[in-house]
Design a protein around this ligand. Structure first.
Ligand code: SAM
Length: 275
């Protein structure tokens, strides 16, 4: 069964379809989690056949998330996070990283996967005090996220918010206009807000990526790697912070510079809303 855990029961929780692969569960398997099913592991293994280091890459994406949250809290004074496509809880979760640096950090998670919903309820109950909340919604319907009373109750949209779109925009097909939908959320945030994006890159190893896209399609999953220009487009007219849109390993590494910054196939960038 490879690395990672396994859900021995293979019994679908209510509302969970285990006949098609789900990105949250494939990613959970790569990270060593147990909330995945045979169909997810099959797709995850097919990805790993094309890109043997894919688990390391997923971990590097998580490490970036920790680095960037730490940076935004310490250096940019951000206190509020809207994390869309938050995923199955892992360790550490975004709110843990933020709240360990500043006790007053507020976090709203958003995801559209029923397994994430089930876990997030438990996580929110345990974290208490209304500082960490969850909205079950779809990025493709940004108005429903913005209108959700949980958002207004948890975040002050008059103060800067970091919009996190980390390893999730590749799950939105071009025809669903991921640029337009993310822009709608960006437009709702005040100046001084940030948007944080990582995105699997089409341009690191196009042949391997083509295999992965094929495996995803056979598993019933949408996966759209994009090139650097396609990822840069998400930031629109917001001001990219140094070092711009770069391979995830090259975004402000907290140790020595990586020997090969192109070893993880994700683009990463952070931008600030001007004004
Ligand atoms: N952001 C986390 C991270 O980087 O560690 C998790 C990334 S995981 C690969 C992608 C997540 O996006 C999954 O949990 C999936 O359910 C969620 N997702 C996919 N499509 C979505 C959509 N249209 N709206 C909201 N969430 C979505």
């Amino acid at each position: 069964d490879g690395a990672g855990g396994r859900n021995e029961r293979e019994v679908a929780p209510p509302g969970v379809d285990i006949t098609v692969a789900h990105s949250a569960r494939v990613y959970d398997w790569w990270l060593g989690g147990t909330d995945n099913f045979a169909v997810d592991r099959a797709v995850g293994a097919a990805f790993a056949e094309a890109i043997p280091d894919i688990r390391t890459m997923a971990r590097e994406n998580r490490r970036f998330l920790d680095r960037v949250v730490d940076h935004l809290v310490r250096e940019a004074g951000v206190r509020q996070f809207l994390d869309i496509g938050s995923g199955i809880p892992t360790s550490p979760n975004l709110h843990e990283v933020a709240q360990r640096t500043t006790a007053d950090a507020r976090v709203v998670y958003v995801d559209n996967d029923p397994i994430v919903l089930a876990h997030s309820r438990a996580l929110i109950r345990d974290s208490g005090a209304g500082a960490t909340e969850y909205i079950h919604a779809d990025l493709r319907d940004p108005a429903s996220i913005l209108a959700d009373p949980v958002l207004a109750r948890t975040l002050d949209l008059g103060q800067p918010v970091a919009l996190m779109l980390v390893a999730m925009l590749m799950l939105i097909a071009d025809e669903d206009d991921p640029w337009g939908t993310s822009r709608e959320l960006m437009d709702a945030l005040p100046p001084g807000s940030y948007v944080v994006i990582t995105h699997p890159g089409q341009d690191f190893d196009p042949a391997a990526m083509a295999k992965v896209v094929g495996a995803a399609g056979r598993g019933g999953m949408t996966l759209v790697p994009r090139d650097r220009a396609g990822v840069e487009r998400f930031f629109a007219d917001w001001e990219l912070v140094e070092p711009g849109v770069v391979p995830v390993l090259a975004w402000r590494p907290d140790g020595p510079p990586p020997a090969d910054p192109n070893a993880a196939y994700y683009w990463a960038g952070v931008a600030r809303k001007p004004g």
